[in-house]
Write a protein that binds this ligand. Structure first.
Ligand code: PLP
Length: 377
């Protein structure tokens, strides 16, 4: 069956994979070789040297292109490396409109690394389409948004962003890490590129770093991004690629179960006397709820909440959890809790009493009981 006809659940299991022709192995073999023999006439079989291409990486790229409905996928050693490649694909001096609420590491790349590139950057609240429209100019080359965003789970209208960007002749990119291809496909909403930290839900087990870019169209930009991948060499190793591909097989079922628990937990916390506010797009009170219901298939498995009693009370609750693990990151099978302002450092604008939760696959009642005892007076 041609892989583009596969339904999402089936593509998670089959896209990019085939039984190994040499051995009949059902699970893809891991190709550790860094170099590949050429034919006597010096032609190659598609692989030359592992920085420019590796079979495990190709399988992962084919899988992610299918899951996002893109023409091409280019994977990297981390989400940060993937984001860097996007900015490095621009010419020095070009204008970028970036969501103010983007992942703090992406903002740091722009501020502290790409400053040497002399990009002209306008930061906006991308949930405010009027502000976005005012920021996009005829010389804008790229619009970068993240939805849902970190850690306030703001929802940006991706179809509207793509239209605004295209009217100015700019490219539209969405960091869709929190949504995963199981919940949202930005390319089908008109975005030109979708970015993932594969470290999160794609890998899914907190044991591999990776990043991915999936392009709606094959063409000069995708070729430039692939050139940067091979030339700068921030590539995932064969085992990393293999682990992420293995993670994608269970992506759909993991994420759906995690989303169900996250929504139940968000509702529970919203009614908790020691919680001031809960941020989760599944709650009807969330400003992005209607939009999320339209452009996502479920509301995501990350939520944040502000603890009554300020930073001290938030840190105390985080210190008292027994089942949740106090650690940064998200998207693994185990539930994590973190005091986001501590992780983001001095530039952080995140409320000091905010805790962020990545909901794992534990029983919802165990998660509720753990948070209840942690939040008790
Ligand atoms: N984008 C988002 C939304 C993230 O949460 C992260 C990491 O937390 C990144 C990008 C960066 O990815 P990585 O840590 O794989 O470099």
């Amino acid at each position: 069956m041609p892989q583009k006809t596969l339904r999402f659940e089936t593509a998670c299991v089959h896209a990019g994979r085939s039984v190994d022709t040499g051995t009949g192995a059902v699970t893809p073999p891991i190709h550790l070789s860094t170099t590949f023999e050429r034919k006597p006439d010096y032609r190659d079989d598609g692989y030359i040297y592992s920085r420019s291409g590796n079979p495990n990486r190709s399988q992962l790229e084919a899988c992610l292109a299918a899951l996002e409905g893109g023409a091409d996928a280019i994977v990297f050693s981390s989400g940060a490396a993937a984001a860097s490649a996007v900015f490095q694909s621009l010419k020095p001096g070009e204008h970028v409109v970036c969501s103010r609420d983007a992942y703090h590491g992406v903002l740091r790349i722009l501020r502290e690394v790409m400053s040497g590139w002399q990009l002209k950057i306008t930061y906006v609240d991308s949930t405010d389409l009027a502000a976005l429209k005012a920021a996009v100019a005829p010389n804008t080359r790229l619009v970068w948004v993240e939805s849902p965003s970190n850690p306030l789970l703001k929802i940006t209208d991706l179809a509207a962003v793509a239209e605004l960007a295209h009217q100015a002749g700019a490219l539209a990119v969405c960091d869709s890490t929190f949504a995963t291809p199981a919940l949202q496909n930005p390319l089908t909403l008109g975005m030109d590129l979708v970015m993932h930290s594969a470290t999160k839900y794609l890998g899914g087990h907190s044991d591999v770093l990776g990043g991915a870019l999936v392009a709606r169209e094959a063409g000069p930009w995708a070729e430039r991004l692939r050139f940067l991948q091979g030339t700068l060499g921030a590539v995932p190793g064969p085992f990393d690629s293999w682990l992420i591909l293995r993670g994608t097989a269970t992506l759909n079922v993991r994420v759906r179960a995690q989303c169900d628990s996250a929504l139940a937990l968000a509702r529970h916390l919203a009614a908790h006397p020691n919680v001031e506010q809960v941020f989760h797009p599944g709650l009807e009170t969330h400003p992005g709820h209607t939009l999320a219901a339209r452009q996502m298939r479920h509301f995501g498995a990350v939520l944040s909440f502000c603890v009554r009693g300020g930073e001290v009370a938030a840190l105390r609750a985080a210190s008292r959890v027994k089942l949740f693990t106090r650690a940064t990151s998200l998207g693994g099978v185990e539930s994590l809790i973190e005091h986001r302002a501590s992780v983001e450092g001095p530039e952080s604008t995140t409320p000091k009493n905010l805790l962020r939760i990545s909901v794992g696959l534990e029983h919802i009642d165990d998660l509720i009981e753990d948070l209840d005892q942690a939040l008790a007076p």
